[in-house]
Design a protein around this ligand. Structure first.
Ligand code: ZN
Length: 255
């Protein structure tokens, strides 16, 4: 057998074993392009806030999808019932489908609204021209402002993917690029509520930003939330919006 083919087969076997080793717990916990460094400056993505304070941010994406847009109202009801602060990253086209929900979320002091682009390009913004990226960002800002009278200061690029052009455009638009350091795995249909709760509780640390979905593509999110929120609070965590957690940034405090 040719050497390169042998190497390929070995690598493929190792990968399969690694995936299979998770067994029934093999939820896909999407990894953002960068999950390390943090810089509280425009143009640098934020995956986690540098702090020793017991704070973390729960974030919920409402992605534009080719299927009819969904809205999981149970998630919002649970957040309200439990007095839980959260940030919603909303697509412009999603807000146009749910104008009343958008207004209601904007008026609720528990919540922060943020930008998740207009059409949520797949696989992401990488490779688009600066003009196209700018249109995705600005159009969403305009929809949010005209519907709800608020302007986002955070943006999450689709799939958490970015390049230098994306970062430059976001900085020009005065938007913080917010990723996550803990993916709940809720976009994976096979990820049970029980697994999601255990995974998030195991992964979080002070300053964590946790990724969920609220456009009904988070399959067991609502089911997992009550016990998860209780579990996080039981460990002493204060649940914040992204804007709130950024005020705990050690570097920002030392300025
Ligand atoms: Zn999304």
């Amino acid at each position: 057998m040719h050497n390169s083919r042998l190497v390929f087969l070995c690598l493929a076997t190792v990968l399969c074993l690694a995936v299979g080793a998770c067994g029934t717990d093999s939820c896909k916990h999407r990894v953002a392009v960068s999950t390390s460094g943090y810089a509280a400056t425009l143009g640098q993505p934020i995956s986690r806030v540098e702090t020793s304070d017991s704070v973390l941010a729960l974030t919920f994406d409402a992605c534009h999808t080719r299927r009819p847009h969904g809205y999981d109202s149970v998630i919002v009801r649970i957040l309200r019932q439990t007095g839980t602060h959260a940030t919603f990253f909303l697509c412009g086209s999603w807000m146009e489908h749910y104008p009343e929900v958008t207004v209601s979320l904007a008026r609720d002091t528990l919540f922060e609204l943020a930008n998740h682009t207009y059409y949520h390009p797949i696989p992401g913004l990488v490779g688009l021209s600066p003009e196209s990226v700018s249109v995705e960002v600005r159009r969403t800002q305009e929809v949010m402002e005209s519907l709800a009278g608020v302007r986002a200061v955070q943006i999450r690029p689709p799939a958490g993917e970015y390049d230098s052009i994306v970062l430059r455009v976001m900085a020009t638009e005065s938007l913080n690029v917010v990723l996550w350091d803990v993916s709940s795995g809720d976009a994976d249909k096979t990820c049970s509520a029980e697994h999601m709760k255990a995974w998030v509780l195991q992964q979080v640390r002070p300053g964590s930003i946790v990724l969920f979905h609220m456009n009904t593509r988070g399959w067991h999110t609502a089911e997992a939330l009550p016990a998860l929120i209780a579990g996080l609070r039981g460990r002493g965590y204060k649940l914040c919006t992204v804007a709130e957690i950024l005020t705990h940034d050690a570097r920002a405090k030392s300025r």
